[in-house]
Write a protein that binds this ligand. Structure first.
Ligand code: ZN
Length: 314
């Protein structure tokens, strides 16, 4: 059946084929029935109910400010029949009208395209999956909702006592709360982690894959590059010197680059290339980090080495 406005300016529902009234037009406003056979109708004075195709109030309750969110889920404010003027509880209902009790009174930030409800309660953050019904209670300072920059992933980076950890949908701790930052790289089966301002790599059992001795990383061309060279601020001048690594063999700093260095201007809008130890600085005080450094040669002992570690996809 479908929604139709009657001659009295009220809404009801007619049979698709015969156009006969199945539910008489007596609602001030109404939606079409969703796939679960539920429609939201307005009785008057902003009072709304959920009906089924038998025109029965399926929850037995009266709401206001009802809205339909992604996946036909319904957000509503309950009206207390004894005190209708009072602000009621905000609830979240499945398309069938069944309440998701976990979400009662939670502040919903967003529902993602993957059906992850980002929520907050008393300054703590959690998530709920509309797809699986799994619920991470709002107990974290921050939560990144089970996705990386591109795709849904089975882990979320969460913060507790200002430290980052990694959890799964069952709230199991995959990587303990021991880091400044965690970047899960699921396709590489590792996570880049930051501790005492240094970057290391761990796997999803929390085991160290590469030690904490890198200063920057980049993910390019299906590779993760880890670099040891220091990230530094530069002042505005036409040329600037980039700091050099130590020769791992004789500890001399007299090394020369034997290949290209790519730098990433984090607060600029360009990536510029430098050859050797010089680059053009076009902005005042730009934070630079070295994303790709291919190789170095020690001028003192002739040792050739690279400061870049590369991880490829598993
Ligand atoms: Zn050397």
């Amino acid at each position: 059946m479908k929604l139709k406005k009657g001659p009295n300016d009220k809404y009801g529902y007619v049979d698709n084929k015969t156009d006969e009234w199945v539910i008489q037009p007596r609602y001030c406003n109404a939606t079409e029935f969703n796939l679960a056979g539920i429609a939201i109708v307005t009785l008057g004075k902003g009072r709304q109910i959920l009906i089924n195709k038998e025109n029965k109030n399926v929850t037995g309750k009266i709401y206001r400010n009802v809205s339909v969110t992604k996946f036909d889920y319904i957000k509503a404010e309950e009206i207390d029949s004894n005190n209708p003027a009072a602000k009621g509880d905000t609830i979240f209902l499945k398309p069938t009208g069944d309440e998701i009790t976990e979400l009662r009174n939670m502040f919903i930030i967003e529902v993602t395209n993957e059906g992850v409800v980002e929520l907050t309660y008393k300054d703590k953050y959690g998530v709920y999956s509309l797809v699986t019904g799994k619920f991470i209670k709002p107990k974290y300072e921050r939560i990144f909702n089970f996705r990386d920059s591109k795709n849904a992933i089975p882990y979320a980076v969460v913060y507790k006592d200002h430290k980052a950890g990694l959890i799964d949908w069952d709230d199991n701790i995959i990587i303990p709360f021991d880091y400044q930052d965690i970047i899960p790289c699921v396709e590489f089966n590792v996570a880049i982690v930051k501790k005492n301002d240094l970057i290391g790599v761990v796997d999803f059992e929390g085991k160290e894959v590469y030690p904490f001795e890198y200063c920057s990383y980049s993910i390019v061309d299906n590779k993760i590059c880890l670099n040891k060279i220091v990230t530094t601020y530069i002042e505005l001048k036409e040329w600037y010197e980039v700091s050099k690594p130590k020769c791992p063999k004789c500890l001399s700093r007299k090394v020369k680059e034997t290949n290209w260095v790519e730098i990433n201007h984090k607060y600029g809008d360009r990536t510029e290339f430098v050859i050797g130890t010089r680059a053009i600085a076009r902005k005042k005080k730009v934070l630079i980090s070295y994303d790709r450094v291919t190789s170095f040669e020690c001028s003192s002992c002739g040792h050739e080495f690279t400061e870049t570690k590369t991880i490829t996809k598993k």
